[in-house]
Design a protein around this ligand. Sequence first.
Ligand code: SF4
Length: 356
Amino acid sequence: MTNDDRENHPISILLQRWYSQNKRELPWRETFDPYKIWISEIILQQTRIDQGMDYYLRFIVQYPDVLSLAAASETDVLKLWQGLGYYSRARNLHAAAKQIEDRFMGKFPTSYDDILSLKGIGEYTAAAIASIAYNQPYAVVDGNVYRVLSRLFSIATPINSTEGKKIFAATAQSILDPRHAAAHNQALMDLGATVCTPKLTKCGVCPLQPVCLACERKEVEHFPVKTIKTTVKNRYFHYFHIINRGYIWIRERREKDIWKNLYEFPLIETDIPMDLAELQKTKAFRNLFSQVTNPVFSAPYQTIHKLSHRNIFASIYRVTLSGKQDELPCPNLKISENRLPEYPISQLIHKYLKTI
Ligand code: SF4
């Protein structure tokens, strides 16, 4: 490192020095393979490292490169993803692998713009791949980086505002050491994850403490600033786990909605909470059970499944049928009960199945 580097990037120097001694040992840190870095970044978008690690390792074994992922069926990819949530991530990974196969002859693109053009890859992920795999000078801005920068420079603009996004992107870029983008970005993210944490912040061991404005002013807990959260919508799902002589019925979610392409039990959704007696009066219920004689309903399994903008109030009824001719209308699909593990299902259904 030259004297010029030291003068131009003092914050980065502090970060990189700290990182060289405090780097977390993670499998995706041992590689410069853009494919593996991409998979790790997508898995970790809404998932903690300890939860995502096994998924990452299994994913890399099952699909070691772009072409093996592109050749897989979407159902198999979703099945491997089961339990991680935010299934659009898996669908986009699969679609992007096909784009790489078609547009880049199966070779992971090397330019930031080409990476950004892939399905499911936004500015953060493109910058992470370009910098970590190719050491290109793109600053990453994830939740950890927002927190560190807002405190370091005492930036009170809300991080979830349009203006805030611009300010933080420019600030992150301004402190980047372009010759060591990979180490700089990973250092900043690690510092946010382990030292400059949301609570119990460890300013005493922070390498940036001598230059941190929020720490100097004793205002660490005031940052980062966020605008008020968007409202959460409540939805009411009534599932029917219908069993008849070793067979059950499932349906694929094809609508443009949560859990697209995952399978679930026959469902009736209502705008308001309803118990079984109220449900039985609805047209949807009469349609669903129109070709069924004497169904026996158990008391429902009930849970609240929280997603980012929705609370799903779910009731799952176990229903026993005994008639030989009992059938359910399309698109419900009759399968042998023991074949259910072959289908990708939502975390909500998975949780229910674990209870029975
Ligand atoms: S000194 Fe404290 S607030 Fe400032 S960057 Fe370090 S850990 Fe965060």
